[in-house]
Design a protein around this ligand. Sequence first.
Ligand code: ADE
Length: 239
Amino acid sequence: MFSAVKEFGVTGRAIKNGLVTVDVIDLRQFGQGNYRQIDDRPFGGGPGMVMLAEPIIQCVSQLKRKYGDEIPVMYLSPQGRRLEQKQINQFSNLSHFILLCGRYEGVDQRALDIIRAQEWSIGDYVLSGGELAAMVLIDAVVRQIDGVLGNCESIHNDSFANGLLDCVHYTRPQSIRGRSIPDVLLSGDHVSIEQWRLKQSISRTWERRPDLLENAELDEQQKQILEEIQNEQRVMEKP
Ligand code: ADE
């Protein structure tokens, strides 16, 4: 599964350029008995299987011997704290971390306690396993690492980079099926273009994710634009 991040796109290129390493470890290597068992039936009954504690503890111990006792372990699960850009930025400053992907019904809680795992979710929906969630986290972290993206502008303008959603984008041709692009984008006036983009970004955030604006630290110019947008809306709502 991990060839998606190891071989393709931005993450694949970052790995090829030696900016980041992603090692995938098959827990079955630490499995028990002839069948290399890594799961068993849940105590108390119920459907599904639970991942055994011992293979996980042994695997993490081996990695701690290699990378140091303090290496953070993150367990991906829908029960975890929801990941946001803020945490992704923090993770991108870590030299190493371990991602534990659960399968089946989950992991024996004692393993999570012993390895002192942080539990993280990528959203309020359930995936069949932690691997896709881990890949989401890897992609989001890797693109924050210096030198990974060609034009470093690109992360500064990302949605969430400044607590706001990204603005709208247009490319050629100038007109499609009778729809043209806003004139300001053809004006060549970079100050006006930046202001227009900021207003777009704030008004999108206000319409789609007002919750983000409650926590965003807006500067004076941004506050003023938000007020302008709110006033324009009030005028439009008047009968
Ligand atoms: N594993 C299954 N669902 C998940 C989710 N929403 N986030 C992280 N890991 C998961």
